[in-house]
Design a protein around this ligand. Structure first.
Ligand code: MG
Length: 261
């Protein structure tokens, strides 16, 4: 299970839907500052994320459904994803050119690594949240059915980023708080959406059950570093995909459906 059963918060969100930076609508990805847990690492995003209203995972719930639907079915989210993916590409390309060299072999040899989250980063589960009753809530049973059926849609912007990075020679690690029990389904589904050839795919099991998603993901990146990986970027849709260090730069894709602590 990758997120808790809904925690009703929609009324709190009506006036504060988006994380820092949203008040200045911009056409491109820009620096966002979600606060101290990012441990001083720069984060580039679109501003289209839910705020941390408590130390809790939550789903936006049905009251914001019209706004969330308008964003997910409109052009803005496509542009936001493209802007963040482009910013990530430029950052990683420039870093490896400056620090590793220009051939895939050289990039590989210097162990440049990019960490990707999966849900709402490489695969889009909007159709899941939309179909729940009430809308934009979470239920572990319907979630597991959704995953097993691979009802996700793809996210072309990050799929293209992912494949360009592999061609560049970087190591790619998928780090997902999704349950290990679903891994066979997820592998098949990612492959069906043009995502393959990763070096590592780490999912959450029973170990570290007391950690938040953000803490658990940081321990996984730390472990990658211990094995010699240099984590040039972490690409995700949650601040918890890029909190507590062990990365150089975070790239935050939009998600106005749920917040993972
Ligand atoms: Mg995610």
């Amino acid at each position: 299970m990758h997120r808790c059963v809904s925690f009703a918060v929609a009324s709190v969100l009506a006036s504060t839907l988006l994380v820092a930076g949203a008040s200045t609508a911009q056409g491109a990805a820009f620096p966002v500052d979600p606060g101290p847990r990012v441990d001083g690492r720069p984060i580039t995003g679109s501003g289209q994320n839910l705020p941390p209203i408590a130390d809790e995972t939550y789903n936006v719930g049905p009251y914001m459904a019209p706004q969330v639907e308008a964003y997910y079915t409109g052009k803005a989210i496509q542009q936001d994803r493209a802007d963040v993916a482009l910013a990530a590409w430029r950052w990683v390309r420039d870093w490896v050119r400056a620090n590793c060299g220009s051939t895939p072999e050289a990039v590989r040899a210097c162990r440049a690594t990019v960490v990707f989250d999966v849900d709402e980063t490489l695969l889009n589960s909007y159709s899941y949240s939309l179909a729940q009753d009430p809308q934009f809530t979470f239920n572990p049973t319907t979630w597991n059915e959704y995953v097993a059926a691979c009802d996700y849609s793809g996210i072309s912007q990050t799929r293209d980023l992912y494949n360009r990075l592999i061609k560049l020679g970087v190591y790619v690690a998928l780090v997902s708080a999704g349950s290990k029990d679903n891994k066979p389904f997820m592998v098949k589904c990612l492959n069906e959406h043009g995502i393959a050839a990763w070096d590592r795919y780490i999912m959450r099991g029973e170990k570290g059950e007391n950690l938040s998603d953000g803490e658990w993901k940081a321990t996984q990146r730390k472990e990658l570093e211990r094995k010699g990986h240099r984590i040039v970027a972490s690409v995700g849709d949650q601040v918890s995909d890029m909190s507590f260090g062990h990365l150089m730069h975070g790239f935050l894709l939009p998600n106005t459906m749920y917040y993972l602590h």
